[in-house]
Design a protein around this ligand. Structure first.
Ligand code: SAH
Length: 230
């Protein structure tokens, strides 16, 4: 009886550890098969995504699918992007220590956390107040002191904290908001899906050099629409 109790208690002690180990393996597989295999090579991006517990950024019923190759629902008709897209946008933004980033569309807070693993400070804005609150709590619990969250319309950016070396917009519109272009620092990079918000968009990279903005058009992508507060 005693040994049975001992075995039971050991199992209980081991269970969370084993679950954790499963997530670690799933995460390593995600980085290798979905991200490295598709050409992402920035060491900082790979390190950040290899470390971040993505399963804590999705609603509990989806934990087991957190490392799969697709976007997942996070409530309020919104989604956490497919891991590859997060990696791709992060690498395109050329994240590095010493930089300051702005994200529009906090959602689950995952993209903000990936950036926060690499850059100095991340400012992130979410239009759905409930999601803004949830992601703020999540990021605080995970110890991200360098992420500043705000609930509101990200179209206007965060002028009090501008300029930003990196601006990542994770919702789609038919144009790049003028205030975001203005808030881009010299040498900065803005990444955003631009096109038909209801169907398909192109990923655009804007760079600002000597005050002049140039645009580069990349892959076709699908994001949820950038909404506007009336
Ligand atoms: N980056 C998120 C996923 C983004 S989904 C993540 O890592 O989980 C897009 C998010 O943009 C949604 O949460 C949506 O509510 C938000 N959004 C849409 N329009 C917005 C706007 N004008 N300002 C700020 N957030 C917006």
């Amino acid at each position: 009886m005693k040994s049975l109790l001992f075995i039971l208690s050991m199992l209980l002690l081991l269970a969370p550890g084993q679950e954790e180990a499963r997530y670690v393996r799933a995460r390593e597989r995600m980085v290798q098969t979905q991200i490295v295999a598709r050409g992402i090579s920035d060491p900082a991006t790979l390190r950040a995504m290899g470390r971040l517990p993505r399963h804590l950024f999705v609603p509990a019923p989806y934990s087991a699918e957190a490392y799969s190759d697709r976007p997942l629902p996070i409530g309020y008709s919104q989604t956490i992007s497919q891991p590859f897209i997060v990696a791709y946008m992060t690498e395109l933004s050329r994240p590095a220590k010493g930089k300051k980033a702005l994200e529009i569309g906090t959602g689950s807070g995952y993209q903000a956390a990936v950036l926060a693993e690499i850059v100095d400070t991340v400012y992130t804005i979410e239009i759905v107040p409930e999601l803004a609150r949830e992601s703020e709590t999540r990021l605080r619990m995970l110890g991200y002191r360098n992420v500043m969250t705000r609930s509101g319309d990200g179209y206007k950016g965060w002028p009090e904290r501008a300029p930003f070396d990196i601006i990542i917009v994770t919702a789609a519109a038919d144009h790049i908001p003028e205030p975001l272009k203005e808030q881009l620092a010299e040498g900065g990079r803005l990444i955003m899906p631009v096109g038909n918000p209801a169907t398909v968009q192109q990923l655009i990279v804007l760079t600002k050099r000597k005050g002049k903005i140039t645009a580069q058009q990349l892959e076709a992508v699908r994001f949820v629409p950038l909404r506007r507060l009336k």
